[in-house]
Design a protein around this ligand. Sequence first.
Ligand SMILES: [Zn+2]
Length: 480
Amino acid sequence: MNIRSAETGHLKNSGYFARMARRVVLSSALLALVPSGGASLYLRPGIQMEINNHGQEIIIGEGSKAIQFNSTTRLDPHLDKLGKMYDLITELNTPILSWPVRKVTISDDNSGEYKIENNDHLLIAKLRTDYLETTAHEMGHAIFLVKLGGQISPRSEVDYSFAIKDRLWQKIYYLSLGKEGFMLVSDSNYHQDKSVIKCQKNGNDVTMEAKNVGHPWDNADELFASSVMTYRLHADELLETILDPGISAEKKRLGVAIWVYLRDKIFNGKYFSINDPFKGISIKDINIADEELHSVLRLLLKKDGMSCDNAFYYPLAVYYGPEVYFIGPALRENRNWIIEELVSFLKDEDPDVRKKMVSIINFLAENAPQFPGEIFEPLLQNLAIGDPVKEVRDSAKYALHWNKKWGVKYLIIDLNNPDPKVREFAAWTIKLAIELHGIDAITAGKYMPYLIRLETNDPDEKVRLVAATTLEELRRALKH
Ligand SMILES: [Zn+2]
């Protein structure tokens, strides 16, 4: 919308006035600047604003309620949109008056982001058609940080994304991972923007067009931001989905939990639909038992992380499987609870679940600093020897051999195994490990006497040969 007035010209021509706050009265309908003889500038009756820095900074509201909009381009042609953003931000600041959002950057190339800058919230948004959805989503992040999230730590994003102050929301997040319940509040269902992703179908690379706004599966924070957006701006559509007779019981339950949580804990009883079909349900009625979370995790463990069906939902899962979204945060939340779960999955009746669990434990033992690998080592050992399914035994052996923490011990045991095939395989594994990761002098010193003995004394010719080439590799690696 254009601003037409004598003062616009004034603004362009006068350096002095450009630095000054401009005050104009705007009609709320047209947002046209009405000359008022240098008096106060109003966005509309009752809402004052300042236009600074040649229109690149606009401050709407006064005193502690002021919200500052910044850009590298002129913002004064967009006062109508900024006014609507101001209203929405002011409203969504209500739950976080102790630390409200005061700064917005309008960007041409960043469609939406929330961050902390100089200990203050900063919203970044693009003025495209969905700018209000973006505003609500990013405000959701600010509310999450103040009301549910953890400490601000520059070292770890985890502290932002975990509902450390309210386990109920964290549980709602875990629950949402089962059967893709998070799609209930996926921003993409309420936006038009699309992008292309790559995934695999029957072993072939496929490109797919996907809606690409919001990622509520990522963590409790993202689920919250998407939920706030949907609950505030698309309440009737959300209700339609929750009340659809064709929806699964799990999804319906999740939808009700999200609805009641936001209504009672964030919006002080307010709802934004024509009516509230869940007014008889209170936040006290929302209980999620740990056993239910167990079922969700089991479901995720049985899921293929590579297919086109979920490549868009779980991009990370291409590498680790969708269960990483569950296990990672759960480990940080409550070690004992999730450790017990992981132990029970190693004993699951389904060999696929056992196999997957082995590789997850291997991954965690190497990569999660707090992960108590020592609890799992004997369990993996049992599987490596006694599991009835060969694939599970092999993956457990692999996990024991290749783990940076335990590998050396198990490889040395195998170098002494009575079966020449096992000795040969262990020597060969050591060689491969050196080729891939190199080796330090201490670890090399541990292998050395055994390899020398195999090279000189082993009755099996193949073992002697592999031991010799592994020793060669080891000596070469130590020289570097
Ligand atoms: Zn987000």
